[in-house]
Write a protein that binds this ligand. Structure first.
Ligand code: DOR
Ligand code: ZN
Length: 347
């Protein structure tokens, strides 16, 4: 039995650090274990140009202690992007790539893309500069069931994008279904990130008889047992098409009250690598954790692999139920429960 893991320091290829007070509370949970993070641009005023991206990067850096930490920011695509600024941002490394949020698909997506044809000029620039398109892959329409949004996005939108831009590298983010994961495996130039929660809970955990658990509600919503099993299989296989993206998405508990409209998002960064280790152990695949957490991602993004290491030991500990500070209280995923792996911060 393996009791100690020494892996190349991970990167998180999809996380929400937010801004202001929330940023100052949550950023340390990501920097404690990662060398780099792709920080999502869906702020209240989304990051749609280089000026906003530069400002946001400096806010992130001033919220943290670790000098070596690198936040990477994708440009939030809209129907009317300033294409010159977008191109400059890609060339000068201000943008790591671009993020497609379909209009009204999730938190702060009201500036999102109403019709994929509107972003064809931006996708042409991405393809030309060999930069990745990151996708929130859900099609939203009255007649589409919430559990089928990923499938419809793939069939109706992603296939069109791929036909028109065959060389464009795509990350299907937070893959949530067997259908989505199979699609990633069967096609070229596409990879996927997988969250811990999509490998740990199913819709039965989120939707009780008639009441929803607001803290387990996220987009894309977690699905059936068969989906969870497929995601576990692919993540743990070591296949280079899948890598770590927590989609840790904190909301204050006031935005999780069942009486109001519940904001989607699960806050997992206080125990994310520990949960991934537990999942890989359950699947007898601890030897593949490092590929998923630290190697497959940088390869797909054409970046170097980290030099530092991270050590985890097999030791039970209990995570606090909430992350609390004077004004803000956030429910931790697995808060109040036993966690089986522990990060060794100093040796
Ligand atoms: O559950 C989610 N929360 N999914 C997303 O795509 C966005 C995120 C957020 O920003 O809250
Ligand atoms: Zn997200």
């Amino acid at each position: 039995m393996m009791n100690r893991l020494n892996i190349i320091k991970p990167d998180d290829w999809h996380v929400h650090l937010r801004e202001g007070k929330m940023l100052n509370i949550v950023s340390k949970f990501s920097t404690r274990i990662n060398n780099r993070c792709i920080v999502m641009p869906n702020l209240t005023i989304p990051i749609t140009n280089t000026e906003l991206a530069k400002k946001y990067k400096s806010q992130i850096l001033s919220s943290i202690q670790e000098e070596s930490f690198i936040p990477l920011i994708p440009c939030y695509l809209t129907d009317n992007l300033d294409l010159k600024d977008f191109r400059d941002g890609l060339i000068n490394g201000i943008f790591i790539g671009a993020k497609l949020y379909p209009l009204n698909s999730t938190t702060n997506s009201d500036y999102g893309v109403s019709n994929i044809e509107k972003i064809f000029p931006a996708l042409e620039i991405l393809e030309e500069h060999n930069k990745n398109l990151l996708i929130h892959g859900e099609k939203v329409a009255e007649i589409i069931d919430i559990f089928d949004r990923e499938k419809y996005f793939i069939d109706d939108e992603l296939t069109i994008i791929r036909k028109k831009f065959p060389k464009l590298n795509i990350v299907l983010e937070h893959v949530s279904s067997k259908y989505g994961a199979d699609f990633v495996i069967e096609n070229n130039n596409i990879a996927g990130t997988i969250t811990p929660h999509h490998m740990l809970i199913t819709k039965k955990d989120v939707f009780g008889e008639n009441e929803i658990d607001p803290n387990l509600f996220c987009m894309p919503v977690v699905k059936e047992e068969k989906d969870l099993i497929a995601l576990r299989k692919y993540a743990c296989s070591g296949n280079s098409k899948f890598f770590l993206g927590t989609d840790s998405a904190p909301h204050p508990d006031t935005d999780k009250e069942p009486s109001k409209s519940i904001k989607p998002g699960i806050f997992s960064s206080p125990c994310s690598i520990e949960l991934y280790a537990e999942i890989f152990e359950q699947e007898n695949s601890l030897q593949n954790l490092e590929k998923f957490s630290s190697i497959n991602g940088p390869k797909f993004y054409n970046l170097s692999i980290n030099k530092d290491k991270l050590t985890l030991i097999k030791e039970n500990w209990k995570l606090d139920k909430f992350t609390v500070n004077n004004e803000i209280k956030i429910k931790n995923f697995f808060g109040g429960e036993e966690i089986k792996w522990k990060v060794v911060l100093q040796e």
